[in-house]
Write a protein that binds this ligand. Structure first.
Ligand SMILES: N[C@@H](CCC(=O)N[C@@H](CS)C(=O)NCC(=O)O)C(=O)O
Length: 96
């Protein structure tokens, strides 16, 4: 399932791509939700969709975050970046 959360009429600045499960993608999603920031919640299916998409990722893993023409990977790096980006360090820095 893919969810797209965005303001009416304005494209999302952020696109988070992960599988359709919580796993390593859930913390970034929760940070978006807590901050109230719209994002494209792209969910890749295992199988052919993932096999086709995998070579387009930096290291062959998800999640990845795309914004402003850049691609960021590594789930904790993404979570730390988003927390700082939104000006709210929501998770204890010692945990991240
Ligand atoms: N250190 C990476 C690990 C990412 C990772 O292991 N992602 C798994 C899903 S949780 C994955 O992409 N597996 C697909 C594969 O190995 O083909 C992170 O924290 O983002």
């Amino acid at each position: 399932m893919q969810q797209k959360v965005e303001d009416k009429g304005s494209p999302c600045r952020y696109k988070l791509t992960y599988f359709n499960l919580r796993g390593r993608g859930e913390l970034p999603r929760l940070i978006f939700a807590a901050a109230g920031v719209p994002f494209e919640d792209k969910r890749i299916q295992f199988g052919k969709e993932w096999e086709d998409f995998k070579p387009k990722t930096p290291r062959g893993y998800l999640p990845i975050l795309e914004f402003d023409g850049k691609t960021l990977d590594q789930s904790q790096t993404i979570s730390r970046f988003l927390s700082k980006e939104f000006g709210k360090l929501l998770i204890c820095k010692h945990f991240l």
